[in-house]
Design a protein around this ligand. Structure first.
Ligand code: P0H
Length: 711
C-alpha cells in the first residue's frame, strides 16, 4: 500500500533533567490548546485522516448498518421518587435519552425532561441528578460537549418549571438533599480561574463543599466544608437515610478515602464541624445505610474482596467494628443497597459474572439468590423505604432485561418488567464463552470470547493460518471490572467481519478484588501489558487468528494499554484503536484531574515512580522495529473537550510516532489521529457522534487490514 504523507510538525529543543536523566519533550508546545499552532496541528492531522477514512468504499454501508441496528429502544430501570415513577428511554437514534414520569407503573408516561431540546446537536447531556426526599424537586447536572464540568439546575416536578438559579463551576460532585427538601450539598471549584468549558487543561484543585438553598442565587450558598491544607482532596457528601447526619468522604486519588460525619444543624448557615472516624488513606469506605449512630459501610479494609461492616459513630474505634457480611473467599462484593427497611441487596462479581442476593440487614444472613443468566447487573433502583426494587440484566448477547421484585411477596418471585429486543439481531446466531489462559507469570486469566456460531472452528491441522478478524479489547486498571455487557457495535463487528470479539479480564481491574487491582498497578503495571499480550498469543496458539488480523482496542487507561503494547510488541497486532489514551506518563498528573491517577501509576515527581512509568510511557518508548517489522495500523482518537484525559496526550504521541516511524522502510501501515470537536472523554456523547465514531473505526480497520465486509 502506498506510503502515507504526514504533516511536518515542529519539534523544539525543550528538554528537562528529570531524576537523573535528560528527557526531551519536543512537542511540549502542543500542550497549549489555545495557540494558533496547535489549532493548525489539529486541522493538519484531520486533513490526512478524514480522506483516508472516506476512501473506504463501504463506509456509507457500514454507517447505514450501524444506524439501522442502533435504532432500538433503550430503557433504564424505573425508579420511584415520592409518589411518582421515572425512567429514561431512548427510542433508538435520539442523541440523548429522554426522562419520563408516570403516576403509576401502568400510568401513561409523560416527558419529564428531554435533554435533546437543550442543544441543536445533542451535545448537552444530563450528568448527575437527585430528587428531594418528597420527590417534589429535581436537581440535575448538565454537561456540554462531553466535559466533566456541569451546571446544576432545579426543576419543580409538579409543573416542570425550573427555578431561576444555575450553579456553576461544579465538577466531580455528589448532589445530596437535606430531608427538609430545602437544598443540596454539592462540590464546587469556586477558586477556578478562567474558562471552565472542558477545553482548558489546568489542574482541578481546592474543591469545596457548599450548601445551596433552592430558589436562592448561588452567591448566597453556604461554604460548609473545606480542606485548604489539602488542595487536591475531592469531597463527597451524603445525607444519611434517616436525614439527621451528613457523611463526608475525602479522596486524594482513585482509591481509599477518609470518613467524617456531622449532626446536621436545623439551619445551615455556617461551616459544619466534622468528626473524623477514618483518618488514614488505606481503604475504601462507602456508606450504605444506618440505624441511629450505627452505620453500615462497604469496605476493603482487611478484606480485599470487600465486606460490610457496622461502625458505631458514637464509638468508631476499629476494634469495636462489627462484620455484618464477611468477605467472600473468592467473589467480590461489588455494591450493596438497603431496601424494604430490613433487607440488603448485595451484588457480587463471581468469575466476572454478577450474582445478586438479598441478605438480612439485622444479621447479614443470606436470604435468597435471585436467578440470573451469565452476565451483568447494569442497573438498579430501590430505596430503604420502598417495598419493591428493579434491576437490569445485560450480557454480550442480551441487550437488556429489566426485572421487578415486590418484596412483600412470599416466596419472592422476580417478574420480567421489560425485555429489550432488537430488530435484525438474532442472538441464537452467536455464541459467548469464557476461557482461562495463562499469563506470562502463570496467573490464570479469564477471557470472554464472542463470535458467530459459524466461526470456522480452529482446526489444528490445517496449514493456512486462520484469519478471523479479532477485536481484542482491554482496560486493566483502577479496580474497574470489565463484565459482559451488550454492545451493538460489537455485534456489528461480528456480522460485518465475521469476526471474533475477545475480552480478557487482565490484571489492574477489580474482577478478583483488591489483589487483582494491586497486581496490575504501580510497580506491577507491566503485568497488565503482559496479560494483554498473552491473550493475543493465546488466540494465535489456539488458532483462532493471526497477528495481522488482531485489532487491539482500549480507551483512556485502556488507550495507555494499547499504546504500550504496540511499542512492546509491534509484531503481534495488525491494528491499534487507542481512544482518549493516557500517552505521556511523565506529565499526566499536571493536567485537570490527572493527579488522581497516581494511585495506579505512581507520582512521576518521585524518583522510583518516575523511572517506573518512564519504562512503559507510550510517548517515550517508540522504537523503530527491525527492518522486516512495522508498527500496526494505528488510529488514535481524541476530542477537544476531553478534560478527563486531555487531548495533548494523543497529539504528542501521534507526532512522535510520525517522527520515529515515517522514514522506516517497512512502515506502510497508516498511523493516524482523529480529533473530534464538541466532544469529550465519552460520557454523554450524542448517538449521532457515537455512530460516526464507530463508522470511522470500522472503516479504518477495513481499509488498513484489507478486510472484506459481509452484509
Ligand atoms: O479521574 C477519574 N477517574 C479515573 C479516570 O477517569 N481515568 C484513570 C486513567 C485515565 C482515566 C480513564 O481511564 O478513564 O475520575 C475523577 C475523580 C473523581 C473523584 C475522585 C477521583 C477522581
Amino acid at each position: 500500500s502506498v506510503r502515507m504523507e504526514y504533516p511536518k510538525i515542529r519539534r523544539d529543543d525543550t528538554a528537562e533533567e528529570l531524576h537523573g536523566i535528560k528527557v526531551a519533550d519536543p512537542y511540549r508546545w502542543l500542550e497549549d490548546p489555545d495557540s494558533e499552532e496547535t489549532k493548525k496541528f489539529v486541522e493538519a492531522q484531520n486533513a490526512v485522516t478524514t480522506p483516508y477514512l472516506e476512501k473506504c468504499t463501504v463506509r456509507e454501508a457500514i454507517k447505514a448498518k450501524l444506524t439501522r441496528l442502533w435504532d432500538y429502544p433503550k430503557y433504564s430501570c424505573p425508579f420511584r421518587r415520592g409518589s411518582r415513577y421515572f425512567f429514561f428511554m431512548n427510542t433508538g437514534l435520539q442523541n440523548q435519552s429522554v426522562m419520563y414520569v408516570q403516576d403509576s407503573l401502568e400510568g401513561e408516561p409523560r416527558v419529564f425532561l428531554d435533554p435533546n431540546i437543550l442543544s441543536e446537536d445533542g451535545t448537552v447531556a444530563i450528568s448527575g441528578s437527585a430528587f428531594s426526599e418528597d420527590g417534589q424537586i429535581f436537581a440535575y447536572g448538565l454537561s456540554s460537549s462531553g466535559s466533566d464540568w456541569i451546571t446544576v439546575h432545579f426543576k419543580k416536578v409538579s409543573t416542570g418549571e425550573d427555578y431561576p438559579e444555575v450553579l456553576k463551576k461544579v465538577k466531580f460532585s455528589s448532589l445530596s438533599w437535606t430531608h427538609d427538601h430545602k437544598g443540596i450539598f454539592y462540590g464546587r471549584y469556586i477558586d477556578h480561574e478562567g474558562r471552565s468549558d472542558g477545553t482548558e487543561t489546568i489542574s482541578n484543585e481546592n474543591q469545596k463543599l457548599f450548601y445551596h438553598r433552592v430558589g436562592t442565587p448561588q452567591k448566597e450558598d453556604v461554604l460548609v466544608v473545606e480542606f485548604p491544607e489539602h488542595p487536591k482532596w475531592l469531597i463527597g457528601a451524603e445525607v444519611t437515610d434517616c436525614g439527621t447526619h451528613l457523611i463526608v468522604t475525602t479522596e486524594q486519588d482513585c482509591r481509599d478515602n477518609l470518613v467524617y460525619h456531622a449532626k446536621l444543624p436545623t439551619t445551615i448557615d455556617a461551616k459544619i464541624p466534622l468528626t473524623c472516624i477514618i483518618n488514614v488513606f488505606e481503604a475504601d469506605y462507602e456508606y450504605i445505610t444506618n440505624d441511629g449512630s450505627v452505620c453500615v459501610f462497604r469496605t476493603n479494609k482487611g478484606a480485599p474482596n470487600y465486606r460490610l461492616v457496622k461502625i458505631d459513630l458514637a464509638d468508631p474505634a476499629p476494634e469495636k467494628w462489627k462484620t455484618l457480611v464477611p468477605e467472600h473467599p473468592k467473589d467480590v462484593l461489588d455494591w450493596a443497597a438497603c431496601v424494604h427497611q430490613d433487607k440488603l441487596v448485595i451484588c457480587y462479581i463471581s468469575d466476572v459474572k454478577s450474582v445478586l442476593q438479598l441478605h438480612s440487614l439485622a444479621t447479614g444472613k443470606h436470604l435468597t439468590t435471585l436467578p440470573l443468566d451469565i452476565g451483568t447487573i447494569s442497573g438498579y433502583s430501590g430505596k430503604r423505604h420502598h417495598s419493591e426494587m428493579f434491576y437490569q440484566f445485560t450480557s454480550f448477547l442480551t441487550p437488556g432485561t429489566i426485572f421487578h421484585l415486590d418484596l412483600t411477596q412470599q416466596p419472592l418471585k422476580p417478574k420480567v418488567f421489560r425485555e429489550i429486543k432488537i430488530e435484525g439481531f438474532d442472538p441464537t446466531q452467536f455464541q459467548m464463552r469464557q476461557v482461562f489462559y495463562s499469563g506470562k507469570d502463570g496467573t490464570r486469566i479469564p477471557m470472554f470470547l464472542v463470535h458467530g456460531k459459524d466461526l470456522p472452528q480452529p482446526t489444528l491441522n490445517t496449514q493456512d493460518a486462520p484469519n478471523t478478524p479479532t477485536l481484542l479489547y482491554g482496560y486493566g486498571g483502577f479496580n474497574i471490572s470489565i463484565q459482559p455487557y451488550f454492545s451493538i457495535s460489537r455485534v456489528i463487528f461480528l456480522q460485518i467481519f465475521k469476526g471474533l470479539v475477545a475480552i480478557p479480564n487482565i490484571r489492574g481491574g477489580g474482577e478478583y478484588g483488591e489483589s487483582w487491582h494491586n497486581s496490575g498497578r504501580l510497580f506491577n503495571k507491566q503485568n497488565v501489558f503482559n496479560d494483554f499480550q498473552s491473550a493475543a498469543e493465546y488466540l494465535i496458539r489456539e488458532r483462532y487468528t493471526q497477528p495481522s488480523r488482531i485489532i487491539i482496542q482500549g480507551g483512556s487507561n485502556g488507550g495507555l494499554l494499547v499504546g504500550a503494547c504496540m511499542n512492546q510488541r509491534p509484531d503481534l497486532f495488525g491494528a491499534v484503536i487507542a481512544q482518549v489514551g493516557v500517552m505521556d506518563m511523565l506529565r499526566f498528573h499536571k493536567f485537570t484531574i490527572g493527579y488522581a491517577w497516581c494511585s495506579d501509576y505512581g507520582n512521576p515527581d518521585e524518583r522510583e515512580n518516575f523511572h517506573n512509568v518512564h519504562k512503559y510511557s507510550p510517548l517515550h518508548n517508540i522504537k523503530v522495529p527491525s527492518d522486516k517489522v512495522q508498527y500496526p495500523a494505528t488510529l488514535l482518537l481524541t476530542a477537544d473537550h476531553d478534560d478527563r484525559v486531555v487531548p495533548l496526550h494523543s497529539f504528542k504521541f501521534i507526532s512522535e510516532l510520525h517522527y520515529r516511524l515515517s522514514s522506516h522502510a517497512a512502515q506502510t501501515n497508516p498511523l493516524l489521529i482523529r480529533i473530534e470537536t464538541k466532544a469529550g472523554h465519552g460520557g454523554g456523547k450524542p448517538t449521532s457522534k457515537i455512530i460516526e465514531e464507530h463508522t470511522d473505526i470500522y472503516s479504518f480497520v477495513m481499509q488498513a487490514l484489507g478486510l472484506e465486509a459481509h452484509n
